[in-house]
Design a protein around this ligand. Structure first.
Ligand code: GRF
Length: 187
C-alpha cells in the first residue's frame, strides 16, 4: 500500500498529533505524517515533530501570509490530506477551496451540537447525558462539514470539566485514527 502524505496543523499541546504519528507507524495505516505546521512557536506539539524527525514549519504570519506560505509548502510536499488537530486559526474560504475535500478536523463535542468553543462547559451546564468528539470534513462554515466519525462519553452527575475533557481526549485519539482509516477504506 502506498501511504498518503498527511500534514497535521497544530497550535498547542499536540496530543492528537502524537497519537496520529503513533498510528501511522503501523504499515497498514493509510497515511504517513509527512509534515507538521504550527501557527504558534510555543506549541508544545512541535516537540513531537522533532522527536519523530518529521519536517515541520512554524508560520507566525497572519491570515493571508500564513496561508500563502502554507499552501506553497503543502503543494511542494505533495500533501494529500490536512489534519487539523487543535489548530486555533480559522482558515479562509480560499484556502479550503484549494484543498477541497482534503481537510479534516477533530472537534470536542457531538456535532452538530456545540460548535465553537467551551463545548464541555456547555454540555455540562445544559445537563446533557452524553458528550464526545467528532471528526469531520472541513467546509467553509465553522465545525460544519460532513461527519466522518463520532465517539461518545457519558457525563456523570456533578462531572468535573477537567476530568471530562481528559476522558473525551482519550476517545479523540481513537476517533481520529478510525476516521483516517475510513477515509481511505475503499481506495
Ligand atoms: C482537542 O481537544 C480537539 O478536540 C480540539 O483541540 C484539542 C487539541 O488537543 N480541536 P491536542 O493539541 O491535540 O492535545
Amino acid at each position: 500500500m502506498v501511504k498518503k502524505r498527511a500534514c497535521v496543523f497544530i497550535s498547542g499541546k499536540g496530543s492528537n498529533l502524537k497519537s496520529i504519528i503513533n498510528h501511522s507507524r503501523d504499515y497498514n495505516f493509510p497515511i504517513n505524517v509527512s509534515f507538521v505546521i504550527s501557527n504558534n512557536e510555543n506549541a508544545k506539539g512541535v516537540y513531537f515533530a522533532k522527536k519523530f524527525s518529521i519536517p515541520h514549519k512554524i508560520i507566525k504570519e497572519r491570515k493571508d501570509k500564513f496561508e500563502k506560505i502554507a499552501i506553497k509548502e503543502l503543494r511542494d510536499r505533495k500533501i494529500d490530506l490536512i489534519c487539523l488537530a487543535g489548530f486555533m486559526k480559522i482558515l479562509s474560504k480560499y484556502f479550503i477551496r484549494n484543498f477541497n475535500g482534503k481537510i479534516i478536523n477533530i472537534h470536542p463535542s457531538l456535532l452538530p451540537k456545540y460548535k465553537g468553543l467551551n463545548t464541555f462547559q456547555r454540555a455540562v451546564e445544559e445537563r446533557n447525558e452524553w458528550t464526545g468528539c467528532t471528526v469531520h470534513h472541513v467546509d467553509e462554515k465553522i465545525d460544519n462539514g460532513k461527519i466522518i466519525t463520532k465517539k461518545r462519553v457519558k457525563i456523570k452527575s456533578g462531572e468535573n470539566i477537567k476530568k471530562l475533557k481528559k476522558k473525551v481526549q482519550t476517545e479523540e485519539y481513537k476517533a481520529y485514527s478510525i476516521a483516517i482509516r475510513k477515509l481511505y477504506a475503499y481506495n
